[in-house]
Design a protein around this ligand. Structure first.
Ligand code: PLP
Length: 736
């Protein structure tokens, strides 16, 4: 009997133990899910490494997607792995940090400086949001800027909600064939692996919006993503009730023809405003990030006319007062244009409600409303529907005022109402963990909360030069192994021989000056400018004592044949004995590739045809990590370069002919490399340190990191645009 009882007792305690461990396993799993469901984790490298430690190989294979990773775990397996890797306390710690971050906004910059937006947040509209490589709803610079904007708004606690589109296939994946020609592949994103949930109204019902056109209605559902404290709403047309073609309307970013584009922009602008209203949000400010969302204010005008019984003109006046418009495009051809007929087809029913004639609606998108052949331009619409407008760098401000001067023919150029706020990057997202540790040791406590101001960054000069150089070289080595891994994988995928794959595994050398070029292969960015004179390039790359190596990456728009030929020319360097050991091309440029490149290069090259680069932001990411910029004095660099914090190509002049410009810029580029960049890099002291170079790294970090941070940018938007625009509203309200 004693035996029996013992067995029973044993069973009992075993069972109890199991229940207890099941409970903790489930609790642990839930905490990991909570961490992965708020994109806060994307700018906390400690949380990345937590997820990575669960299964390093799958983590990489799954594009660093924690939800996809967790779906391969049961709570028990997770608990087992956590025990093995001693992860319990780390999971609990970060879970608590996230909770605190979300609940405590008392001592934030936003509470002090953006109080007026508290009940009336900014609604920030953008056609793309680049937040993390595992969420493919961005194509490039504009998207990453929007992602950085919402992340900084979260950090500062500026009340803001994001509005965008959900693209189920995103932008394309790039592969090169054996000939170096770009091929595009579109993959369906698994919605269940994304940190999204259906957005619901006050009654908990999923939100749907409908937009009437002359040729039928369009419907969209709304997803919600949490980006720290910011809510991001994404509209998605893949719903029942839509025509089969319309169900695919939002599947691809910049995919279709003019009609697809206007319908996407209708969903973003009009649908976005309707979604916000259905959610019960009353924005104090509408920020249109680029012209894609410029239809939005028309719907807000309709709301005001309906709710407050205002005539069109008065509603228009009030709505423009709280609309902010940012333009990003310095060439007229780059703006979005539509046929007047398409505009009437899609906005006709709304126009009826606004009670305005066809000519008046179409005129809002024309510089000269009377000109019947002028196409409808979304930038013109954005400018006419906003009281405050801005360009994205100082130089771009000049260009934009000149470009749009004819909209205000009675004003002189300086009085054209387009200002500028220069773009910046989200420091915690782009700063390498190794650099972060270095700064944490030498900068004041909690320096990261003041990262948009100069004070903390001055401490960079207290860092030991050897230590900074070491941290940089560690990152450079990580980049080189990343390139080897990717390039050898590319060779294997193309079915190339073992020797080729092996050669790729051994390519590039950490002691060689490494220059990176990662960007869209648009013609004006001139990716092949370095190869204008191949013999001179040969001499530079293969110099016996002071060699140079190059790493390229970038996609061409699927319809940009010239851009694809640029890619081909660079990819095929690997067949040229002069260049094959010195030039690498990484396929499928995205946030992940960009992060590796900007954290590891010695020099970041940017040689656009001036003044076509409105701002550019990748060079700003390089600054944070100790790389130096070598750039045409265009976009942000025209106001950043001071002679001691990087290198300039040319003197910031523009020439009349494209051929002449290209020839002179190539000459300046070679001269800068031969006379400045290469000698400074290879000038070593007895300890093997390039003292002059390290001094420039410090100057670059000290003078540029804060100025070109997204925190500074969002503070500028808040002070000069959002608060005044929202103030306009409160005036209206008191008067009303
Ligand atoms: C930062 C970033 C860009 C912007 O780069 P610029 O060419 O400097 O404008 C584009 N694509 C990706 C993936 C980025 O991370």
């Amino acid at each position: 009997m004693a035996k029996d009882q013992e067995i029973r007792l044993n069973r009992f305690s075993q069972k109890n133990g199991e229940i207890a461990s099941e409970l903790t396993a489930q609790a642990l799993y839930d905490k990991c899910l909570a961490l992965s469901s708020n994109l806060w984790w994307t700018w906390h490298p400690e949380v990345h490494s937590l997820f990575r430690d669960l299964d390093p190989i799958r983590w990489r294979q799954l594009d660093h997607n924690p939800i996809a990773l967790l779906s391969e775990f049961t709570p028990e397996r997770l608990a087992g792995r956590a025990a093995e890797m001693v992860l319990h306390s780390r999971i609990n710690y970060h879970y608590r940090r996230l909770k605190e971050y979300l609940s405590d906004t008392r001592k934030t910059w936003g509470t002090t400086n953006a109080g007026i937006l508290g009940a009336l947040p900014v609604a920030y509209f953008s056609a793309e949001f680049g937040i993390h490589e595992s969420i493919p709803i961005y194509s490039g610079g504009l998207g990453v800027l929007s992602g950085d904007h919402v992340k900084a708004a979260s950090g500062l606690a500026v009340p803001l909600v994001g509005v965008g589109l959900f693209y189920s296939q995103g932008y394309f994946k790039q592969h090169l064939n054996t000939d170096g020609y770009q091929e595009e592949e579109y993959l369906d994103t698994k919605v269940e692996n994304l940190p999204m949930e259906p957005a619901v109204d006050a009654d908990g019902k999923p939100i749907m919006v409908s937009i009437d056109t002359r040729t039928g209605s369009l419907h969209a559902k709304v997803w919600l993503m949490h980006v720290g404290r910011v809510k991001l709403y994404l509209l998605d047309c893949d719903v029942e009730g839509n025509q089969p073609d319309d169900r695919r309307l939002t599947s691809r970013l910049y995919g279709g023809d003019e009609r697809t584009r206007i319908r996407q922009e209708l969903v973003l602008g009009i649908g976005g405003v309707k979604a916000i209203r259905a959610l019960g949000i009353t924005p104090g400010v509408y920020h249109l990030n680029e012209g894609h969302s410029a239809f939005g204010p028309l719907e807000v005008i309709r709301e005001r006319m309906h709710d407050d019984d205002l005539p069109f003109d008065e509603a228009l006046r009030q709505v423009t007062r709280r609309t902010v418009f940012t333009t990003h495009t310095p060439v007229s051809a780059g703006h979005d244009f539509f046929d007047a007929g398409l505009v009437e087809e899609h906005l006709g029913p709304l126009r009826d409600q606004l009670g305005i004639p066809y000519e008046q609606l179409v005129g809002l998108g024309r510089v000269d409303p009377q000109k019947e052949h002028e196409k409808f331009c979304m930038t013109v619409l954005g400018l006419k529907l906003s009281r405050r407008a801005n360009a994205v760098s100082q130089l771009h401000g000049h260009i934009s005022r000149r470009m749009w001067a004819h909209l205000w023919p009675w004003r002189v150029e300086e009085e054209i109402p387009i200002g500028h706020i220069t773009n910046g990057v989200h420091v915690p997202s782009w700063l390498a963990w190794q650099m972060r540790q270095l700064y944490d040791r030498h900068f004041p406590d909690r320096w990261i909360t003041g990262m948009g101001e100069p004070a903390a960054w001055r401490n960079i000069h207290n860092v030991d030069p050897g230590e900074l150089w070491e941290a940089h070289n560690a990152l450079k080595n990580l980049l080189l192994s990343f390139v080897r891994r990717r390039v050898s994988r590319q060779c294997r995928r193309r079915g190339e021989g073992d020797e080729v794959v092996e050669a790729a595994r051994a390519m590039l050398n950490p002691s060689i000056l490494t220059i990176g070029f990662g960007r869209r292969f648009a013609t004006y960015k001139r990716a092949t400018l370095l190869f204008t004179n191949p013999d001179r390039m040969d001499a530079i790359l293969n110099n016996g004592e002071r060699p140079v190596q190059l790493i390229f990456a970038g996609k061409a728009h699927p319809r940009d044949e010239e851009g694809k030929q640029f890619i081909r020319a660079i990819a095929n360097c690997r067949r040229d004995p002069r260049f094959k050991d010195r030039v690498a091309f990484i396929e499928d440029y995205d946030i992940n590739v960009c992060r590796h490149m900007i954290q590891g290069v010695d020099v970041w090259l940017n040689n656009p045809r001036r003044p076509l680069e409105a701002s550019g932001t990748s060079g700003q990411k390089v600054v944070l990590n100790g790389g130096l910029n070598l750039s045409i004095l265009d976009g942000w660099w025209a106001e950043a370069y001071d002679g001691s914090n990087g290198f300039a190509i040319g003197k910031g002049r523009s020439h009349r002919s494209v051929e002449q410009t290209d020839a002179r810029d190539a000459e300046s580029l070679y001269a800068a490399l031969e006379n400045e960049v290469i000698p400074t890099f290879y000038d070593r002291d007895v300890d093997g340190l390039p003292r002059g170079w390290i001094q420039m790294m410090m100057n670059s970090i000290g003078t540029l990191a804060w100025r070109f941070s997204a925190h500074r940018m969002v503070m500028d938007y808040t002070r000069t645009m959002y608060v005044p625009a929202a103030g306009g509203l409160s005036c209206d309200m008191t008067r009303g």
